[in-house]
Design a protein around this ligand. Structure first.
Ligand code: C5P
Length: 247
């Protein structure tokens, strides 16, 4: 990473987590004693390149998040802003992008933005750095992993329509990294399209701009259903044991 650059992180955290069946926002649930949100922020808080984090949260949950983010901002000496989330993920990201567009703390000409789901607590610092480096090179980058399962397209009655060739398909993860101006421009252009974009690469693709995928990690889980919690804790335990045996 020779060219000097700086980055902002956008963390969409305004989901409802219906599939988790939890009384609170799922990202406040603990994994081995530390909340999913705090774990998802870790790589960004520790990155020298990331100058600001913008979390999109539900207005009704702002106060709960503020307590966590004030503590983290002080501990890591990082600016963390909260903006209102929207009804869909892409609207939450659009609100956070608008904040970054107006942010007056930028110092460098070369600016990246990394968008990362608050529900992915197992992102490593290495994978974040690889994503930033690729973002710098390609301008628009996502993480993808080969599919383990065969995928079938079905109709409304559950009848199989077809079986796409698995070898050319990828399951997509975050972070996704973009040149800030490119993502701002593409989000501006898709406004009013009526499409519910479920990831940010999709917004850039829709604008006809090239998107590079680099290899993600099967460990970079999105916590969606209760069984994901047990799996994530098992991975964290293994990482902690590996760290301990290195000491
Ligand atoms: O629902 P799903 O798990 O795909 O959401 C991915 C991420 O987007 C989560 O971190 C969730 O909090 C966030 N999200 C959001 N605003 C929404 C819906 C989801 O910020 N309206």
């Amino acid at each position: 990473m020779e060219e000097p650059f700086e980055a902002g992180a956008i963390i969409p955290a305004a989901g409802s987590g219906r599939r988790m069946n939890a009384p609170t926002n799922k990202i406040l649930l603990p994994l081995l004693g530390v909340s999913i949100l705090e774990r998802a922020l870790d790589a960004f808080l520790n990155s020298e390149f990331v100058k600001i984090l913008v979390l999109a949260v539900k207005p009704s949950e702002k106060r709960i998040f503020e307590a966590q983010t004030n503590r983290l901002a002080a501990a890591f000496n990082k600016e963390i802003a909260l903006v209102n989330g929207g009804a869909e993920r892409w609207e939450s990201v659009a609100n956070a992008l608008e904040y970054l567009r107006r942010w007056t703390g930028w110092k460098r000409r070369k600016r990246l933005v990394a968008v990362h789901d608050a529900a992915r607590p197992l992102l490593t610092r290495e994978l974040l750095n690889q994503s930033l480096a690729a973002g710098l090179e390609y301008g628009a980058v996502g993480l993808g992993v080969p599919l383990k399962d065969t995928i079938k397209r079905v109709d409304d009655d559950g009848m199989v329509v077809d079986t796409p060739d698995r070898s050319s398909l990828r399951a997509i993860q975050t972070p996704q990294v973009f040149e800030l101006d490119l993502l701002l421009d593409c989000y501006q252009r898709v406004k009013g399209s009526g499409i519910n974009f479920t990831d940010d690469c999709g917004v850039v693709e829709y604008c006809g701009r090239p998107v590079k995928l680099i290899l993600g990690s099967y460990e970079n889980l999105k916590i969606t259903t209760p069984e994901d919690l047990a799996l994530a804790e098992a991975i964290l335990r293994r990482r902690e044991n590996a760290d301990r045996s290195r000491l």
